[in-house]
Design a protein around this ligand. Sequence first.
Ligand SMILES: NC(=O)c1ccc[n+]([C@@H]2O[C@H](COP(=O)([O-])OP(=O)(O)OC[C@H]3O[C@@H](n4cnc5c(N)ncnc54)[C@H](O)[C@@H]3O)[C@@H](O)[C@H]2O)c1
Length: 301
Amino acid sequence: MGNLLEGKVAVVTGAGTGLGKIEALALAKEGARVVVTDLGTAGDGTGSSQDPANQVVEEIKEMGGEAVAAFGDVGEFKDAEAAINKAIDTFGDLNILVNNAGFGRDKTIFKLTEDDWDSVIRVHLKGHYNHIKVACDYWRNKSKADGGPVYGRMISTGSEAFMFAPLGQPNYAAAKAGVVALSMSTAQVMGRYGVNINVVCPRARTRMTMDSPFAEIFEVPEMDPEHIGHPIVWLCSPLAEKISGYVFVCWGRQITIVERPNMDTKIENDADWTPESLTEKTADYFKDRQPVTDGFSVPPQ
Ligand SMILES: NC(=O)c1ccc[n+]([C@@H]2O[C@H](COP(=O)([O-])OP(=O)(O)OC[C@H]3O[C@@H](n4cnc5c(N)ncnc54)[C@H](O)[C@@H]3O)[C@@H](O)[C@H]2O)c1
C-alpha cells in the first residue's frame, strides 16, 4: 500500500468489473477511500447484479483499505446524486471522480436501432454528465464556503473511437466524442476551484474487448488491464496539479497525449459563396484527396 492518495475520497463508476475494478483497486492501494458504484450488467448493458460491486468492496477491505458499494444506473441522475452523497456521507468529502461505466452495441448504421443509439449515448454521455454535474456543484459550493480551492480530480473515460470513428461504432464513437467535448468544457470552468479533468482512452483486455471481433489484438501482455491503473492514479494525485483538459491514450507502458484538433486550410471569397465559386476555390484542396474512410487519422502504434 502506498500513500499518494491518503485521505482522498473517490467515486469510481462501473467499478464492479473490468477497468473500473482495476482503477478502484489502484486508487485504494494508494490510500483513497472508494465508493464502488456499479449496476452489474452483462456486456451489452442488460441485466443487473449487486455481486460485482460487493466483491470489489471486499477485496479493498481485505487489503486494508476502505470502501463502500453504491448500486445504481449511471444514466439516472438521482443514482449519480446518491453515489456522490454516499461518498460525502460515509467518508466526509469527495476528491476524485472516475467516470468509467459503459458498454457497446457495435453495429453499422444500417443495423443500428434507435434503442442501440439511445442506450449507448445514455450510458456514456449522460452517465458522464450526471456525475460531473453533481460533483462540480459540490466542489464549487465547497470552494465558496471554504473561501479557497478544493482538491478535485475527474477522469473521463474516452476511446480512440472518438477520433477514428470505426464503421461499426457510430453510436459509441459519437458518445465518446461527446465525453471529450463535455470534459474540455468542464476543464475550462473548474480550474479556478482547484478541480482538474482529463480524458483517458484505454486499450485493455476486458470483457468488452474480448467479446469484440478484435479480441485477438488484446491477447498480448501489453493489453493487461492492470496497466491502466497507473496513469489513473497519477492523474488523480497531487503530482498532476497542473494537468487538466488533456486526452491520453493509455495501454501497456505507453501513453500518447492526443494533439488538440486544429483548423486546416482557410478559403475566402470576396463575394457571397455560390456553388460555383465554392467548387472553384476548393478545387486545389480536394484535387488529390479521397472521401474520408479512416476517421481523422490512423491510430497511434
Ligand atoms: N477495454 C478497452 O480496451 C476499452 C477501450 C476504450 C474504452 N473503454 C472504456 O472503458 C470503460 C470500461 O470498459 P471495460 O472494458 O472495463 O468494460 P466491462 O464491460 O468490463 O465493464 C463495464 C462496467 O460498467 C458497468 N455498467 C454498465 N452499464 C452500467 C450502468 N448503466 N450503470 C452503472 N454501471 C454500468 C458494468 O456493470 C461493468 O462493471 C468503458 O467506458 C469503455 O467504453 C474500454
